[in-house]
Design a protein around this ligand. Structure first.
Ligand SMILES: *[C@@H]1O[C@H](CO)[C@@H](O)[C@H](O)[C@H]1NC(C)=O
Ligand SMILES: *[C@@H]1O[C@H](CO)[C@@H](O)[C@H](O)[C@H]1NC(C)=O
Ligand SMILES: *[C@@H]1O[C@H](CO)[C@@H](O)[C@H](O)[C@H]1NC(C)=O
Ligand SMILES: *[C@@H]1O[C@H](CO)[C@@H](O)[C@H](O)[C@H]1NC(C)=O
Ligand SMILES: CC(=O)N[C@H]1CO[C@H](CO)[C@@H](O)[C@@H]1O
Length: 355
């Protein structure tokens, strides 16, 4: 009895180690696509979404290809608080997060191991030698140190249809410099408007600064904006970011798309010839080299108050419209059509939120 329990445990640890040792990292959180790899049964050692994306077709790289077909359970969302912050767990395997084993295998680090503070390749640890590229080997974060970590980002799309959404629907709304590094990662949120019914789609993205095979990372999440205000503005249309390391006037201000690079199709950034300041080839990460400032991206909004029922809303609620008509009848007769419309809109939003 005791012996067989022990055998099962050994097998399990071996399986986790095998998948963890080759994997890179991704943000694990509720609402995540591929949280059970390519199935629906609970998969505590899921790691499919950590695989790097390189030289792939659009079908295979966009939101991590097959992960688009593996949504989270119905009604499970990543909550994104307007003007607040949210925390995810960056890891090389779900096993090393609180989404598995009640967090029993999670450490401060993405690989579930214990490493020194300020872990870097200048700290010798024979248990965790550097990678073949001379970078931190475990966790495989494609960096020599925290300050060398390229930065990661979250983007949001108000088109929540995973079958029609595309790169141009996603706007980067938060950037966390010097990540991935530790497991816990907290992203700041600007004044995002509410999502349509059914929520939004979010995406986590990372482009390392070399330190191994050049590749990108991109995974999807069902998310919803919580605490959105009725006066929040819609997002303006995002455009691809642009290299501007040595000429800040070339940085794109305003809403930017996620960067696609190193793929067989769909790359959306042209990099200069020559080297970046650190002496290596230009690497288009989520950092100032591409015009991505740290934290909440507050320059992504249009001047339009977000629509009450965005185009993507599945079910325009007829009953709410009838109630709102009654409300507008209470207005003084001199109220102009324009202010009637604007009051109408504000009232509508409250009703919609309460339903
Ligand atoms: C990229 O993939 C294509 C097939 O889609 C292949 O022909 C090509 O050799 C690959 N490139 C490299 C550098 O491996
Ligand atoms: C190590 O990291 C801590 C924060 O985690 C920081 O306060 C400290 O200054 C760092 N030490 C060195 C030598 O960089
Ligand atoms: C997404 O956009 C790319 C261009 O960036 C295009 O090649 C591709 O066909 C689009 N896919 C869908 C499903 O709209
Ligand atoms: C919003 O309005 C301001 C002031 O009129 C203008 O400078 C700015 O370009 C507008 N922004 C957008 C995204 O239209
Ligand atoms: C802005 C506004 O008028 N909001 C109102 C919309 O309707 C709800 C429900 O009656 C009110 O509570 C809000 O004050």
């Amino acid at each position: 009895m005791t012996f067989s329990t022990y055998s099962v445990r050994v097998a399990l640890v071996a399986a986790v180690f095998a998948s963890g040792s080759t994997a890179n990292v991704v943000a694990f959180t509720k609402g995540m696509f591929c949280q059970n790899d390519y199935g629906t049964a609970d998969a505590p050692n899921a790691a499919a979404a950590t695989a790097p994306l390189w030289n792939l077709t659009w079908t295979d790289w966009f939101l991590h290809g097959k992960c688009r077909d593996n949504p989270p359970p119905d009604n499970e969302f990543l909550n994104v608080p307007a003007n607040g912050a949210f925390t995810v767990e960056i890891a090389s395997n779900r096993a090393w997060t609180t989404l598995s084993y009640n967090g029993g295998k999670a450490s401060d680090w993405p690989d579930g191991k214990v490493h020194p503070d300020n872990w870097s390749t200048s700290i010798v640890d024979s248990n965790y030698p550097p990678s073949t590229s001379g970078c931190i080997g475990s966790p495989n974060i494609h960096a020599h140190s925290e300050s060398d970590a390229a930065g990661t980002a979250f983007a949001i799309s108000y088109n929540n249809d995973i079958n029609t959404v595309n790169v141009s629907d996603f706007t980067v709304f938060s950037v966390l410099p010097n990540t991935p590094y530790k497991r816990i990662a907290t992203y700041q949120v600007p004044n995002l408007p509410a999502c349509p019914s059914g929520g939004c789609l979010c995406a986590w993205a990372w482009i390392p600064n070399h330190c191994g095979q050049d590749s990108i990372y991109m995974n999807a999440y069902r998310c919803q904006v919580t605490g959105a205000t009725a006066s929040a503005k819609s997002l303006a249309s995002p455009v691809p970011a642009q290299w501007c390391e040595s000429d800040p006037s070339k940085c794109i201000d305003g809403p930017k798309q996620m960067t696609v690079q190193y793929q067989a199709q769909g790359n959306n950034v042209k990099l200069p010839s020559g080297n970046q300041k650190d002496g290596s080839k230009p690497s288009p990460g989520y950092n100032l080299k591409m015009g991505f400032k740290s934290g909440a991206q507050t320059d992504i909004f249009s001047n339009e108050t977000a629509p009450v029922t965005p185009n993507t809303c599945a079910d325009p609620p007829t009953v709410i419209v009838m109630e709102t008509v009654t409300v507008t009848l209470d207005l003084p007769s001199e109220t102009s059509p324009a202010s009637r419309r604007s009051l109408f809109g504000k009232r509508n939003l409250s009703f919609a939120a309460q339903k």
